[in-house]
Design a protein around this ligand. Structure first.
Ligand code: HEM
Length: 373
């Protein structure tokens, strides 16, 4: 795939047609020095600008420099195309104020009211060591090596200033963010992303995804929620097809809403089959649909299989990512509405994080977070 433009009003990697692969990383900032952090964000921006163009992370490159110094690129993406790489940065609540309330970088008064830790949800089984983070980078590409290369080089550039807190690989997109894309399938075998928000709906994106009119450094940005959701595939695979379809609210083959015939037919909550609602009120689609949740989010998640769990089961699931103009009226509202979701029997949320993703880098002189610092 070609290079995706790095500069713009919004960061790439949100409404950019979802690429096939993901490497997501959350960092803890080790340094307490504001100038060091600013210089790192500037160095990261330069490297990101270069790598999204298919170039080496540094100006000299993996093999052209001094033989007696470590190269400014690690080399594993040499000869690979840009592969549609996007790098999207986000700032976690703890960057603004540590857990004990310390304002390390003099930005506590600039923490947006929307950027607060998510509330606990029924059924959460969160592991702190793979949750949260001061900074995150979402790397998406059509080649996994290109995404991994990008994250690895950003971590290398940040050595001594930031440490990797946790990271997650994703191998198959579970959403479409453009109506030009076909809908992929998730690990339960269902088409996922049919009724997602799409790049072709600018007015809807302005309302639900992009921050606007706040007069703050976040205008043009968006809030990102990440949730690692284990999918109990062995349990799911024992359910009959009818039960699976009633859990989701769509047919497994075409992806049509139950009671309708084609994938993109609008969901009809009044449709009846044998005197029962065609789309059960406990189904995932019923509870997540805007008419019942009262809101909309842009989903951009990926499937993962992180080996097995030592008990003979795959450690598999959905690394759920969603973008919204306010987490409280986005993810939090939908997730609360899902508390009676039949799907809950088959999933476990094991990691959670929230980040403020600033607006786009506008030109060669601009950098990630320039409006904040
Ligand atoms: C729709 C699967 C978790 C929000 C869907 C669809 C599937 C699906 C198959 C129907 C196709 C589509 O319209 O995209 C899953 C699975 C999950 C999961 C397997 C967990 C492993 C979540 C979570 C949220 C969410 C945690 C948000 C809190 C939505 C929304 C829709 C949707 C908003 C669109 C509903 C509509 O407008 O009709 N999901 N989902 N999903 N899901 Fe999920």
């Amino acid at each position: 795939a070609d290079a995706v433009e790095f500069h713009g009003d919004h960061q790439a990697g949100v409404v950019t047609p979802a690429q096939d692969r993901l490497h997501f990383v959350a960092f803890d900032v080790i340094t307490d020095d504001r100038d060091q952090l600013v210089r790192l964000l500037q160095a990261w921006t330069d490297a990101a600008r270069r790598m999204t163009r298919g170039q080496d992370a540094g100006p000299v490159g993996a093999v052209a420099g001094n033989e007696y110094a470590p190269p400014d690129d690690t080399g594993e993406a040499m000869g690979l195309p840009p592969a549609g790489l996007t790098l999207t940065i986000g700032f976690g609540p703890t960057l603004f104020r540590t857990a004990d309330g310390t304002d390390r970088f003099g930005i506590a008064d600039r923490q947006p009211a929307e950027l607060v830790e998510l509330p606990a949800f029924a059924g959460d089984e969160l592991r702190p060591e793979i949750s949260g983070g001061d900074l995150c980078i979402q790397a998406c590409a059509d080649d996994p090596q290109v995404a991994v290369h990008a994250v690895r080089n950003l971590a290398r550039i940040g050595q001594g200033l930031v440490g990797v807190r946790w990271s997650q690989l994703g191998f198959g997109r579970t959403s479409s963010t453009s109506s030009d894309q076909t809908t992929p399938r998730n690990l339960f075998g269902f088409k996922d992303g049919t009724d997602n928000l799409k790049a072709q709906q600018p007015a809807t994106l302005d309302r639900f995804v992009w921050v606007s009119g706040t007069g703050s450094w976040m205008d043009g940005g968006s809030y990102l929620v990440s949730r690692r959701i284990r999918m109990l595939v062995e349990v799911w695979d024992r359910q009959n097809l009818r039960d699976q379809q009633q859990t989701i609210g769509r047919t497994k083959g075409s992806g049509a809403p139950l009671g309708r015939t084609a994938e993109f037919d609008p969901v009809d909550f009044t449709a009846q089959v044998d005197g029962e609602p065609a789309v059960p009120p406990t189904s995932h689609v019923f509870l997540a649909h805007p008419t019942n949740s009262g809101t909309a989010i842009l989903r951009r998640g990926y499937s993962f299989v992180d080996g097995s769990d030592g008990l003979g089961r795959l450690d598999a699931g959905l690394f759920f990512l969603c973008y919204q103009s306010d987490p409280a009226t986005g993810f939090v509202q939908v997730q609360r509405n899902l508390r009676t979701d039949k799907l809950n029997e088959y999933v476990q949320h094991t990691s959670s994080a929230v980040f403020a993703c600033p607006p786009g880098v506008t030109d060669e002189d601009d950098w990630w977070g320039s409006g904040l610092f």
